[in-house]
Design a binder for this molecule. Structure first.
Ligand code: 5GP
Ligand code: MN
Length: 343
């Protein structure tokens, strides 16, 4: 990944005016990369003397509760005091982190559209970003938004500006979005960045434990149930899927974030190249897709589930019943395979 000198110059120019009101937004169902990059970028901007509010559409998963500064993130869905709407309406700059389209803000989208004067800056690593940003720092070849923020800070003010707190926040996104440094774009630059974060004093085993070994008993049992009872393998053993109904989630005291990682598990089966998870919500079914190698689930998500994401990790939504969603998936997989997309 190479940053554009012009982008950094534009950013420097934008941030030169003192004491601006800045809002940092991240996507619905915020994950470690969304929260980590938002909070770290907020600290950098505060260090420059700006007033910053971080907003997410809905709650982050409970296993991120420990992240430094997370209590200051305004959760739009439960924001009864109107802090989010006020901050957005007064903002001079809106930073959009870790998502590529305003629609990914879902319930927060309208509030954002209402402010027409703030400068809009995208800092993201998803494919095919929306038009309409005043500055789009879009790097689909960055393994995480946290690595992108790290690189921007390095270019803008040097790594001396990175505190231990920021280092912890940035590491969370680098670790989670790369599946513990196992997915794509594992460049020497990424590991150099990790080395700098270690120099700042982060404790990798502690961060790992805080994120991955902090689930409830219900989640562990739900995982066993989902793999044993709900996983189906089709297409001659090369494609898997799994679904969870609301009644099943209730039985295991489901909390948001509990299904994190389930969709990846089917890919531990040697022959499986593509995996899907269908998670029932009150008004729709959330679709998560993962793949290996050349199988492009970003394309699949766009074509069949009105979604998108990355080549090997994407998502979308379905507005029909679970049965119809699964039937649609099975038919779509057959078509996708017939077109040669499954290798
Ligand atoms: P997850 O399965 O972890 O929710 O999402 C995987 C990836 O797909 C993420 O990078 C996420 O941003 C993207 N993604 C998930 N759902 C949607 C969606 O509805 N629309 C688009 N465009 N991207 C999505
Ligand atoms: Mn990300």
């Amino acid at each position: 990944m190479e940053l554009s000198k012009e982008h950094i110059a534009r950013l420097r120019e934008l941030l030169a005016r003192p004491a601006q009101r800045i809002v940092i937004l991240s996507h619905t169902n915020p994950d470690g990369d969304a929260v980590g990059s938002s909070l770290a970028w907020a600290e950098v901007l505060r260090g420059m003397g700006h007033a910053v509010t971080c907003i997410v559409p809905n709650k982050y998963p409970y296993f991120l509760d420990w992240m430094p500064g997370i209590e200051e993130v305004v959760v739009f869905k439960t924001d009864t005091e109107g802090r989010a709407a006020r901050a957005v309406s007064e903002a001079d700059i809106l930073f959009c982190l870790d998502f590529n389209a305003v629609s990914r803000l879902e319930i927060l989208s309208e509030t954002i559209e209402a402010n027409t004067t703030a400068v809009r800056v995208l800092i993201d690593h998803h494919l095919s970003p929306d038009k309409g940003f005043d500055l789009a720092i879009s790097h689909p070849d960055s393994s995480s938004t946290c690595f992108l923020v790290y690189s921007i800070v390095e270019a803008l003010c040097g790594t001396d500006a990175i505190t231990r707190r920021m280092a912890e926040l940035l590491y969370v996104g680098m670790m989670t979005d790369t599946g513990n440094f196992a997915f794509s774009f594992l460049t020497p630059e990424l590991f150099r960045a990790v080395a700098v974060l270690v120099e700042k004093g982060i404790r990798i085993p502690d961060i790992h434990n805080s994120v991955y070994n902090a689930y409830t008993e219900g989640r562990a049992r739900l995982f066993g149930y989902a793999i044993n009872r709900k996983m189906e393998v089709i297409q001659n053993g090369t494609v898997a899927y799994m679904s969870l109904l609301e009644s099943e989630m209730r039985r295991f005291q489901f909390q948001q974030g509990d299904s994190e990682g389930f969709v990846n598990y089917a890919l531990t089966i040697k022959k499986v190249k593509m995996s899907a998870m269908f998670l029932a919500h009150r008004k729709f079914i959330r679709v998560s897709l993962r793949s290996r190698g050349d199988v492009d689930v970003n394309l699949f998500a766009r074509k069949y589930f009105n979604g998108g994401g990355h080549k090997n990790a994407a998502g979308g939504k379905s507005f029909v019943s679970m049965r119809e969603t699964i039937d649609h998936y099975v038919r779509s997989v057959a078509e996708f395979a017939a077109e040669g997309h499954l290798g």
